[in-house]
Design a binder for this molecule. Structure first.
Ligand code: PRP
Length: 204
């Protein structure tokens, strides 16, 4: 058996679609169930940011996770493959008509990605206060909680509808297939077989 952690939402749906195409089964989670067993696979429905934990701890052999999450958490895993789905950018967001004033003693950035934000602003030679949030990041500059944000931009709709403009792109992301280091030794043949099948499917 191979256990695979999937991030709730569109990336999970698209990954299961890849499995349907390869193996021809249903590969569909029932309603609110968080585990799906099909053939030689157990799928776990997990929150995006929790995927590295499931994989590094060995609760899942394999995970599908955004490069942005890998960059943020730097988990000690084997990076197998870029699935070329879930493409997005990590960008700076600022209130429309405003610029970040780098001359002020400290700039405040709201984000759910403190490490990516800190690394980026380290190049700006400014004192930085990170305001860690877990969602609705776009709200922070609107209510004076921060001077700007660092967040995921997919279509740009959320920033636009909230009066923010997309500033500099810090990184581009897409979903990657990762493996637990021990699983990659113990289940190497199975994992590499799956890797080859997925690689072949996403090419076609
Ligand atoms: C992300 C991100 C933005 C939104 C961007 O949140 O934090 O709010 O998507 O997408 P857009 O550019 O297409 O408008 P998401 O809904 O993934 O949820 P999360 O905050 O729970 O991670």
């Amino acid at each position: 058996m191979i256990t695979i952690a999937l991030p709730k939402g569109r990336i999970a749906d698209e990954t299961l679609e890849i499995f349907r195409k390869i193996f021809g089964g249903a590969f569909e989670f029932e309603d609110r169930k968080l585990i799906l067993s099909e053939g030689q696979f157990n799928f776990l429905m997990v929150r995006n940011q929790d995927i590295p934990t499931y994989v590094t701890e060995g609760a899942a052999d394999i995970g599908v996770v955004g490069l942005d999450v890998l960059e943020e958490h730097q988990p000690d895993v084997v990076r197998l493959l870029d699935l070329h789905i879930g493409k997005c950018h990590v960008c700076v967001g600022i209130k429309e008509g405003h610029e970040i004033d780098y001359t002020q003693p400290e700039i405040r950035i709201a984000t759910k990605m403190p490490n990516i934000a800190r690394n980026y602003f380290a190049q700006k030679a400014t004192a930085l206060k990170i305001i860690k949030l877990y969602g609705s990041i776009e709200l922070a500059p609107l209510v004076g909680l921060s001077d700007g944000i660092v967040d995921v931009v997919e279509t740009g709709t959320t920033m636009k509808q909230n009066g923010l403009k997309v500033g500099e792109t810090i990184m581009t992301s897409s979903a990657h297939l990762i493996a637990n280091k021990n699983s990659f030794i113990i289940k190497k043949a199975e994992i590499l077989e799956l890797y080859a099948k997925i690689k072949n499917e996403i090419k076609s």
